[in-house]
Design a protein around this ligand. Sequence first.
Ligand code: NAD
Length: 473
Amino acid sequence: MTDYKNLIDGEMVDNGEWLDVLNPANEQVVGRVPACGKDELDRAVAAARRAFKTWKKTSQEERQQVVQGIAAAIKDNADELYRLLTTEQGKPHQQAQQEIYGAAGLAAAQSTLTLDDVINQDDDTRLSRTRRVPVGVVGGIVPWNFPVMMAIQKIVPALVAGCTIVLKPSPFTPLTTLRIAELIKDIVPAGTVNIITGEDHLGPMITEHPDIDKITFTGSTATGKKIMEGASGDLKRITLELGGNDASIVLPDADVEKVAEQLFWSSFSNAGQVCIAAKRVYIHKDIYDDLSKAITEYAKTVVVGDGSQQGTGVGPIQNKKQYERVLELIQDAKDNGYKFLTGGDKDPSGTGYYVPITILDNPPEDARIVAEEQFGPVMPLLKFDTIDEVIERANNSEYGLAGAVWTKDTDKGVEIAEQLETGTVWINEFMQLSPFAPFGGHKQSGFGAEYGVDGLKEFTYPQVITVKRDAAV
Ligand code: NAD
């Protein structure tokens, strides 16, 4: 078992108090991280504030170089990092590799983002120009499903915009992020990136800290609301990436054999613990029987198990609380007599938070498994008749994160996409995010956006400078 330290003001430090981190595949302790509170947070924020004074004045090239250094450090150590990620998060090695290389790729791509000045007026009367200035010290708070990707998608735009950051990983999955902290310690100037760990109660201390100017948060909608409240005290800027209950809509012209496997992974990748997973799959009645059979047949070929073992397709649920929530939703479906195409049972083996792949056959629209975000390996298949009906059903949610339409008629797909109340809609693919396109939720799935120029702008204020040209001075 290894102790992982925090990064504060360019040094790897601990406070002598520790939190255990478990491997969800076997419930064994795999590492310890510092259990921080107000003192460590104050030190990290003070370091970030000091560093901001010089970092905000750096050129775009300097920032780009630092961020590219972060990308290279992650890529060069990918083998070690993805194995560690599987150990703490549970996802199969191949998916952990995708996350690590994805994070390195995101950092490299986003290092090239720029926020150019905009000329508002340029005539004999005046020159008016908008420039973007960094907001200051950022508090970043991330969840346990994609701990590395989420950390990088907060650290990188903060640095590119000229901000400094204090980041808090989830107490369930802090190890890989702290290992990355160690790797980038001498790449980032002291104090620009600080990573501190602690239990959930460290979160509100960050949101309410008087010397933090902005919060960027990814996690549940319930916590997002608390953050908005906590940040309101001094009107901190906020970006919230929250929950989702994404609908996939499969039209009758879709090729059953071709889409079955893709639909499966759109729901079961990372054991369903993805904000943009397909959490409700609406299939047209003409192909419902064939497609539900094809998905179920494919599901039977996928192995649920320890993510470090070759051949595992679906790993354990990341933590006990979420495991119990998923089991509760399955139990609710059983109690209500909904039909299971596969799964529905608790894994008999005992240790590890394993839930067998579970597919439900057309439960009612008001079933908890349809109406709530399951965030686990449970897929409700739902039958629909008309396009108007399915659009209404898909939109009947407090969430509005993403969705997908599957059809050979891509014009029709776009027509449907334009009627969905979500921040992203894919036609014939899923979970594809571009470093250059804004990603954010409508309704209760979020506030603001990450990625692209829109995401970068959230780390800045606009400042307008006007020069009067015909002034009588
Ligand atoms: P969570 O809200 O429980 O925790 C997220 C982070 O917030 C953790 O670091 C936690 O310690 C911290 N936290 C907890 N209480 C806090 C408080 N009162 N104030 C400040 N911080 C606090 O979420 P989770 O269970 O870790 O993640 C699962 C959720 O995240 C799902 O709902 C999922 O859809 C969502 N998610 C959204 C996106 C997205 O981009 N929209 C991506 C991944 C996950």
